[in-house]
Design a protein around this ligand. Structure first.
Ligand code: SAM
Length: 334
C-alpha cells in the first residue's frame, strides 16, 4: 500500500481510530502471509558489548550487571533443546562482543545448521569479511535495527557510533543475500511522529524482509533512566503501518510489547504481526541480558513458554507455522 508521510503521521497520531487501523493491518496480514504464526527461538549468547547506547541496559558503561559469554558448546546445546521442542529458526543475539571470534561464531553456526533450522544473527556491526564468513557457514538472516533515521538523534543516543556506518552494514548484509531484518524503537526521547514516519518509509525503501518494532523502555542503570518511554499503543500503530506499507514481510510481536502489557503480544498478532520470538536461553543467563527492566516471561521455562504461546495463538484462531517461516520470496525453497 502506498502511503504519504503525511498520511502515516495521521495514522500514528490518531489513537481514537486505532482499532480500525489494527483491523486493516490484520486483514492485510491475513491476505498476504496467512494465519500461520512462526516461532523463532532466541538465544542471548553474550551480554558483553563495546558500545554505550544511552538506552541499553547492557551498555559497556553499566558496571552493575554480571557479564557472560556462552561457549559454542553451550549455545549449541540450547539450540538443540529448542529444536527438540519444534523450533525451525534459531536467533543468535548478543551485544557487540568482538571477543566472540569470527571462527567461534562460524563453528557455532555450522553446528546448529546440522539441526536443519534457519539461523538469524543479531550481533551488530561487523566487518564485511565476517558477514561473508557467517553467510558462507549457513547463516540465513540478519537482524539489525537502524533504531532511528533521525541522524542527529541517532548520534545523541549512540556515542562514538555512526549512523552512516550502520546503514552501510545493512547494505552489506543485503548484498550478501541474507534476509534482512531491521526496525526501530518507538518513544525515544525527542523522537517525533514525523521522524517515525520517515523511519517507516526508510524501511520500505531498503526493502527489508522483517520489521522489528518495539517500545523504548527506560532502564534504571542508564542515562535515560528518567525518560518516559514508548507506549504500547503507539508501538502497535507503528507496527500496523509497516504492515500496510510492506504487506508480505515478517513482523514479530516483540517481547518489549508484552513487557508493557500482559496481553501485548496477542494485541500485536491481531494488529499485523505474524512471528513470535520466545527466549530459549537458560534462565540464569537470561536474567543477565537485561536490555530493559521487567522483561516479559523472564522466569518461564522454554517448554512452558512454547506451550503457553501455542495456546494463546490457537485461542485467537491462528495456526502454528510449519517450516522455516522465511520471507515469502524465499519460502518456495523450503
Ligand atoms: N548488538 C546487536 C545490535 O546492535 O543490533 C543486537 C543486540 S541489541 C541489545 C538488540 C536491540 O535491543 C536493539 O536493537 C534495541 O532496539 C533494543 N533495546 C536495547 N535497549 C532497549 C530498551 N531500553 N528498550 C527497548 N529496546 C531496547
Amino acid at each position: 500500500m502506498k502511503l504519504t508521510k503525511q498520511k502515516i503521521v495521521e495514522l500514528l497520531e490518531n489513537s481514537d481510530d486505532q482499532d480500525a487501523l489494527f483491523h486493516l493491518a490484520d486483514i492485510v496480514r491475513k491476505k498476504n502471509v496467512g494465519d500461520s504464526v512462526f516461532f523463532r527461538g532466541l538465544i542471548e549468547f553474550s551480554n558483553v558489548c563495546r558500545n554505550s547506547c544511552l538506552y541499553c541496559g547492557i551498555r559497556c558503561k553499566n558496571m552493575q550487571i554480571k557479564r557472560y559469554r556462552l561457549t559454542p558448546e553451550e549455545i549449541t546445546a540450547l539450540a538443540r533443546n529448542a529444536v527438540h521442542l519444534g523450533f525451525k529458526t534459531i536467533v543468535l543475539q548478543s551485544g557487540e562482543d568482538v571477543g566472540f571470534s569470527c571462527a567461534d561464531l562460524c563453528h557455532t553456526i555450522e553446528e546448529i545448521k546440522k539441526m536443519d533450522v534457519a539461523i538469524t544473527l543479531s550481533i551488530g556491526e561487523r566487518e564485511y569479511e565476517e558477514y561473508t564468513a557467517f553467510r558462507n557457514c549457513g547463516a540465513d538472516r540478519y537482524l539489525m535495527r537502524i533504531e532511528t533515521t533521525d541522524k542527529k538523534l541517532y548520534h545523541q543516543l549512540h556515542p562514538k557510533m555512526s549512523w552512516q556506518h550502520r546503514y552501510e552494514c545493512l547494505m552489506m548484509i543485503k548484498e550478501l543475500g541474507y534476509e534482512l531484518g531491521s526496525g526501530i524503537m518507538v518513544g525515544l526521547p525527542n523522537q517525533s511522529l514525523e521522524s517515525i514516519a520517515d523511519d517507516l518509509l526508510f524501511l520500505k525503501k531498503i526493502e527489508i524482509d522483517m520489521a522489528g518494532i518495539g517500545p523504548f523502555i527506560p532502564h534504571p542503570n542508564t542515562p535515560l533512566k528518567n525518560c518516559v518511554g514508548g507506549t504500547l499503543d503507539l508501538s502497535l500503530r507503528t507496527m500496523s503501518v509497516i504492515r500496510l506499507l510492506m504487506p508480505d514481510i515478517n513482523i514479530p510481536a516483540t517481547t518489549a510489547m508484552e513487557t508493557l502489557e500482559k496481553n501485548g503480544r496477542i494485541r500485536a498478532l491481531n494488529a499485523g504481526a505474524n512471528v513470535v520470538m520466545p527466549n530459549v536461553t537458560d534462565s540464569l543467563h537470561r536474567s543477565f541480558y537485561e536490555l530493559y527492566p521487567n522483561k516479559a516471561c523472564l522466569n518461564v521455562g522454554v517448554s512452558c513458554c512454547y506451550g503457553c504461546l501455542t495456546q494463546q495463538i490457537q485461542s485467537i484462531g491462528r495456526t502454528i507455522g510449519i517450516g522455516y517461516g522465511s520471507h515469502l520470496k524465499n519460502s518456495v525453497k523450503e
